[in-house]
Ligand binder design. Structure first.
Ligand code: HEM
Length: 411
C-alpha cells in the first residue's frame, strides 16, 4: 500500500503546514491508503532520527501506540520541535526530567505523586473562583468599544489564572509565568524570535521560582500543589529536579493548550452560527470535548520503538521514531460520523485531543474542560452577539495548533 498523493519532500513536521490548511487533506489520504507511513526527513526534527519517522494517522493506531509504552518509549523526547540554528539536541536532552518524557516505572512513581494535586476535589475547589474570573474577564472585554483581540483579552487570561491558582502563584507574579511559558513554546515562530538561550533562560527562571516557592511552603504550608509536592520530596519520593521540571511543565501544559482550545472554540462558533445559537439556548455539556476534538490544540507527540514491531501493516524497526498525529485521529471517519463537522452535541466523542489514553493521558483534562465550559458560558451570557472582525493569525508550529490573534467585535 503506497499513498501516491504526498509530493516528494512532504513532511508533517513542517511548521508552515498548519498555517491555513486545517485539517490537513494529506491526513485523510494517509488514513485511507497508508495509515502508518514512513516520512523520510531531512530537516532534523528534535528527537526524531534524522533519516525520518513513521506518521501514524488512524485513531486505532494512535491509541495502540499510546497504550503500549513497553513497545513505544517516551524517554527520547516526545515533543515535536525541529532542531534549527537556535535549538540543539542538548537542550532537548535536558527535558528527560519532564513527566511527559518518562517511561514506567519512573513515570508511574512521579505521576502517582503529582496527580495528588489534580484530584476531582482539588479541581472542584477552584470552580467558584474560576467562574468569577471568567465572568470578570468577559465583563472587561465587553467594555471595549471597537474590535479587540480575543486571544489576549479573553483566551489567555483564564488558563493563566487557573494554573497559577493550582500552583499557588501569587497575583503579582502571574504575568512572569505567562511570559516564561510563552517564550518556551514558540520556537518555530519568527515573530517571537525565541533563541535557545532565551528558551533555556526561561526554563531556568521558572525552575528557580518553583524552588523558592518550595522553600517557602516548607516553612509555611498552604493548600496548593507545591505544598503537596514538597511533602512528597520530604518523604523521599520526588527529587528536587523532578519537582522543578514538573512545575515548569505545568506552566507550559496548562497555559498554551487551553488558550488555543478557547480561541479555536470561539472561531468555530463564529464560523458556525447555528452551533453558537444552539450553545446559547441549550449549553450542552458535550461542548468542550467537541471543541478539543474539532480543533485538536496539540497536533502531535512522538514515541520511539523499543523493538521491531508491526503497526497498521507497516514494519517498524527498533529505534524508529513514531509520530502520533492526534489531529488526524480526531477526524477519522472510522470513529466519527461527519468528522469534519463541528457538532457540540456529539456523543459519544472518544477523541484523542488529550492523548491516546495511555499512562501519559493529560493530567489537566478536567481542569481544561472546566475552564472551557466556564468561559463559553460567561461569553454566551454577556456577549451573545460577538462577531468575527478578521481572520485568525496562526502560530508557526508543527506541534501546537495555535492562534496568535483573533479579532472580534460586538458592534
Ligand atoms: C499531557 C493535551 C490542558 C497538564 C497531555 C497530552 C496531551 C495534552 C495531548 C499528552 C498525552 C499523551 O501523551 O498520551 C492537552 C489539551 C489541553 C490540556 C488539548 C487543553 C485543552 C492541560 C492543563 C494541564 C495539563 C490545563 C495542567 C494544568 C498535562 C500534563 C501532562 C499532559 C501534566 C503530562 C502527563 C504525563 O506525562 O503523565 N496534555 N492538555 N494539560 N497535560 Fe494536557
Amino acid at each position: 500500500m503506497h499513498c501516491p498523493a504526498l509530493p516528494d519532500g512532504f513532511d508533517f513536521t513542517d511548521p508552515d503546514l498548519l498555517q491555513s490548511r486545517v485539517p490537513l487533506p494529506e491526513f485523510a489520504e494517509l488514513r485511507r491508503a497508508e495509515p502508518v507511513r514512513w516520512i523520510p526527513q531531512s530537516q532534523g526534527l528534535a528527537g526524531f532520527a534524522d533519516e525520518g519517522y513513521w506518521a501514524v494517522t488512524r485513531h486505532a493506531d494512535v491509541k495502540y501506540v499510546s497504550t503500549h509504552p513497553e513497545l513505544f518509549s517516551s524517554t527520547l523526547n516526545t515533543a515535536i520541535i525541529r532542531f534549527n540554528e537556535h535549538i540543539e539536541r542538548d537542550a532537548i536532552d535536558a527535558q528527560r526530567l519532564i513527566l511527559l518524557n518518562m517511561d514506567p516505572p519512573e513515570h508511574t512513581r512521579v505521576r502517582q505523586i503529582v496527580q495528588r494535586g489534580f484530584t476531582p476535589r482539588s479541581v472542584r475547589a477552584l470552580e467558584d473562583r474560576l467562574r468569577a474570573r471568567a465572568e470578570g474577564i468577559v465583563t472587561a472585554a465587553r467594555a471595549r468599544s471597537g474590535p479587540f483581540d480575543f486571544v489576549t483579552e479573553v483566551a489567555c487570561e483564564l488558563p493563566l489564572q487557573a494554573i497559577a491558582e493550582l500552583i499557588g502563584v501569587p497575583q503579582e507574579d502571574r504575568s512572569k509565568i505567562f511570559d516564561w511559558s510563552n517564550r518556551m513554546i514558540a520556537y518555530d515562530d519568527p515573530e517571537y524570535a525565541i533563541t535557545e538561550e532565551v528558551g533555556a533562560q526561561s526554563a531556568a527562571e521558572i525552575i528557580a521560582y518553583a524552588m523558592n516557592m518550595a522553600a517557602e511552603r516548607k516553612r509555611c504550608p498552604a493548600h496548593d500543589i507545591v505544598t503537596t509536592l514538597v511533602a512528597a520530596e520530604d518523604e523521599g519520593n520526588l527529587n528536587s529536579d523532578e519537582f522543578g521540571f514538573f512545575v515548569l511543565m505545568l506552566a507550559v501544559a496548562g497555559n498554551e493548550t487551553t488558550r488555543n482550545a478557547i480561541t479555536h472554540g470561539m472561531h468555530a462558533f463564529l464560523t458556525h452560527p447555528a452551533q453558537w445559537d444552539l450553545f446559547k439556548r441549550e449549553r450542552p455539556a458535550t461542548t468542550a470535548e467537541e471543541i478539543v476534538r474539532w480543533a485538536t490544540p496539540v497536533n502531535a507527540f512522538q514515541r520511539t520503538a523499543t523493538q521491531d514491531t508491526e503497526l497498521g501493516g507497516a514494519r517498524i524497526g527498533k529505534g524508529d521514531r513514531v509520530g502520533l498525529f492526534y489531529a488526524s485521529a480526531n477526524h477519522d471517519p472510522e470513529v466519527f460520523a461527519s468528522p469534519d463537522a463541528f457538532d457540540i452535541t456529539r456523543d459519544p466523542n472518544p477523541h484523542l485531543g488529550f492523548g491516546g489514553g495511555g499512562p501519559h493521558f493529560c493530567l489537566g483534562k478536567s481542569l481544561a474542560v472546566l475552564e472551557i465550559d466556564l468561559i463559553f458560558n460567561a461569553l454566551a451570557d454577556a456577549m451573545p452577539s460577538l462577531r468575527l472582525a478578521g481572520e485568525p493569525r496562526r502560530l508557526r508550529s508543527a506541534w501546537i495548533n495555535g492562534v496568535k490573534e483573533l479579532r472580534v467585535t460586538t458592534g
